[in-house]
Design a protein around this ligand. Structure first.
Ligand SMILES: [Fe+2]
Length: 265
């Protein structure tokens, strides 16, 4: 979300960092690689993804080739008022929050290279689409992300983006949800990961703490390895409800406290 490192082509981006997807330019090799990524994750998601994600992907017809964003946006608009906006890659915070606050989800246009099949540093079209887009069909999640965007613009004014970004990390990217007697993933970083999706649910090592906004905003995170701990919501209703209050007093309180290290998550 910070300064673009320019892996993508930013030369034709508009002021809001949007670009044309140029779907016809994807090669058959890229579609085949996407299909392999989709197949691998499809073996895992019935067991590890939250029900809302599973319900949504079924209606997307996105298994065989890189999706055409405009076609998906039509369905999405009708359902929750969101649409996809194509971007060259990571974009600055203000552009990112502004898109979310207008119910536009930025999706990277490029696909990883074959040698990055198992791990990629920057989000690509597979992570962004497979991980994030299906849940935009869930009305409560969709409203939450819209509120998050507005909250992001406010956090910029309050110089609190770092704290709010931790909330995004531990929910939208790496969040877990209690489902019946078990645990499922709803975070996009988990849903799109070949290894961490099973790890986050099955492995005994990571902590799995109850959702706690203040603790999350105080907890650092690592981007270069599996998470040391996860935060578990009961439902998207809970996520919506507990992130609804004004964060201004929380920011003020946490500013004077040392953050917890990532391994305390
Ligand atoms: Fe993401």
């Amino acid at each position: 979300m910070n300064k673009p490192r320019l892996r993508g082509d930013y030369s034709r981006a508009a002021l809001d960092y949007s670009v044309e997807q140029d779907w016809a330019a994807y090669t058959s090799a890229e579609h085949a690689l996407y299909r392999r990524l989709f197949e691998r994750q499809s073996k895992l998601v019935p067991r590890y993804a939250c029900p809302e994600w599973i319900a949504a992907i079924a209606g997307l017809d996105a298994a065989l080739q890189i999706p055409d964003f405009d076609q998906v946006s039509k369905k999405l608009r009708a359902r929750t008022g969101w649409r996809i906006v194509a971007v060259p890659g990571l974009i600055p915070d203000d552009a990112f929050f502004t898109h979310l606050a207008n119910r536009r989800f930025p999706v990277t246009v490029w696909l990883r290279k074959p040698e990055e099949f198992d791990y990629i540093v920057e989000p690509d079209v597979f992570h962004d689409f497979f991980g994030h887009v299906p849940l935009l069909f869930d009305p409560v999640y969709a409203d939450h992300l819209y509120e998050y965007g507005k909250g992001g613009l406010k956090a910029m004014r309050l110089d609190a983006v770092k704290m709010l970004a931790r909330l995004y990390w531990y929910t939208i990217e790496f969040g877990l949800m209690k489902v019946g007697s078990g645990i499922r993933a709803y975070g996009a970083g988990l849903l799109s990961s070949g290894g961490e999706l099973a790890y986050c649910v099955d492995d005994p090592r990571p902590h799995r703490r109850a959702f706690d906004v203040e603790r999350i905003m105080r907890t650092e995170y690592r981007i270069d390895r599996y998470q040391d701990g996860y935060f578990v919501i009961d439902s998207f209703d809970q996520l919506m409800r507990e992130t609804a209050p004004d964060f201004t007093p929380i920011y003020a309180r946490l500013r004077g406290l040392a953050p917890f290290a990532a391994d305390a998550a």
